[in-house]
Design a protein around this ligand. Structure first.
Ligand SMILES: Nc1ncnc2c1ncn2[C@@H]1O[C@H](COP(=O)(O)OP(=O)(O)O)[C@@H](O)[C@H]1O
Ligand SMILES: [Mg+2]
Length: 402
């Protein structure tokens, strides 16, 4: 039973059975902006029910993106910059909350909790020697003290650290929510989120939480965005609806070479980020296509995303089941050309967006962090050891009181 609730926003709702209003905040590896989902949640665990009250993605301005992206892409960063960036991103997350609440006339007094993922600036889930020890680590910035202070709402943050401390990869964490929301006794489902990186959760009809399988499949939109930005000298940020890629022709020799990247052959648990598929790698890849048209480059990269997703579905999933329904979310679900390639490569699977099952495709990950915050509040472990490799289920997140 949750206790110790402080702050003006939480006086009314102490019972776990009443509705709680929780704001989920997410910024993924695309670093395109802060996704803000205002979610009304009843119950917890397997009895979780939710309704999306409001959603907006508040873009990072160009200046902020230009400041942040090089760090995310592995440029060295000083302690001073980490500290400044942490408070800056906290400020941006808090402002995004204030803006979305203002836009939808939602009083912050009605908000019980914020669940903030933050912005990942470093994630190394494979242990390496540091200080004579084997260390894995992860760092999400966006100071929760700033968010709690500016919104007056208790903020749960840093969801990944505890799983890493328990020996896990710290990612992905959304599979727990996929299990709560999408399990279905009649059909074999898989949930696919196409953000900067693409990841899949397998939810066969007889699945149990303990046996859940999920992992990153490789690049989602990340290389596409980087290629568009480089080729258009930052005039375009992404290929809207996949319109350019749809006019292009795949360059088979390059595609074959890209498919050799060792990440695709690794067994799960595995997680990818800008370290593998960011600007640096994309710049190298573009050298292979120096004289090609942008349309052909994008067609080739869309095919890479589609093929690596399909190969993961076919070769790395639970072998007994074919997938009846693939539920796609994330910005990549808006790329019509990518969706048409997935449909073509998966003729026996119903490929739908998560809107079809009542989960706004853009809001899904932010909704997930609202639900994960609710689980933390109820002291429920929400990592899935079979997914992350952690030694045990642990309660995720840190609480900063209002
Ligand atoms: N209409 C669209 N057409 C094609 N791609 C889109 C569209 N809308 C969003 N995207 C892609 O989705 C990305 C953002 O996806 P998102 O789910 O926010 O990823 P992340 O979680 O990594 O931030 C954009 O950078 C862009 O590549
Ligand atoms: Mg995003």
């Amino acid at each position: 039973m949750p206790t110790g609730v402080h702050g003006r926003s939480q006086i009314r709702r102490l019972s776990p059975f009443l509705m709680k209003r929780i704001i989920g905040l997410m910024s993924g590896t695309s670093a395109d902006g802060v996704d803000v989902a205002v979610v009304d949640i009843r119950g917890s665990g397997l009895s979780t029910r939710f309704k999306l009250a409001a959603f907006n993605s508040v873009p990072y301005g160009r200046r902020i993106r230009q400041l942040i992206l090089p760090y995310l892409d592995g440029q060295g960063i000083s302690a001073a910059e980490i500290s400044q960036l942490n408070f800056l991103i906290g400020d941006l997350f808090a402002e995004a909350v204030l803006e979305v609440c203002r836009r939808h006339r939602i009083s912050l007094r009605t908000v019980d909790l914020i669940g903030s993922h933050g912005q990942t600036v470093y994630h190394q889930c494979v242990r390496s020697t540091f200080g004579g020890r084997q260390i894995a680590s992860t760092l999400q910035l966006g100071e929760p003290a700033v968010i709690a202070e500016r919104t007056g709402v208790t903020t749960i943050s840093d969801f990944r650290a505890r799983d890493v401390a328990a020996g896990g990869t710290g990612a992905p964490l959304v599979p727990y929510v996929d299990y709560l929301l999408l399990r279905n006794p009649a059909i074999n489902r898989a949930a696919l989120n196409i953000g900067g990186i693409a990841n899949v959760t397998f939810i066969p009809k007889n699945v149990r939480l303990k046996g859940l399988l999920a992992f990153d499949t490789g690049p989602g939109n990340m290389m596409l965005d980087a290629a568009v930005a480089i080729q258009t000298k930052d005039k375009l940020r992404f290929d809207r609806n996949g319109a350019l890629a749809a006019r292009g022709r795949i360059i088979p020799s390059v595609l074959d070479q890209l498919l050799q990247h060792p990440f695709y052959r690794q067994r799960p648990p595995k997680a990818a980020g800008r370290e593998q598929f960011g600007i640096q790698y994309t710049t190298e890849v573009l050298r292979l296509m120096r004289s090609a048209h942008i349309e052909d480059i994008l067609a080739t990269l869309v095919e890479l995303t589609a093929r690596t997703i399909v190969s993961a579905l076919e070769h790395r999933g639970p072998t007994k089941h074919s997938i009846d329904q693939l539920i796609v979310s994330g910005g990549g679900a808006r790329n019509n050309f990518l969706m048409s390639r997935l449909r073509a490569l998966l003729p026996r699977t119903g490929v739908v967006t998560s809107n079809t099952v009542g989960i706004d495709l853009e809001a899904k990950e932010a909704i997930a962090f609202a639900i994960l915050a609710n689980e933390t509040w109820h002291h429920h472990p929400a990592n899935v050891p079979s997914v992350t490799g952690a030694s045990r289920p642990v309660i995720l997140g840190k609480v900063t009181s209002a």
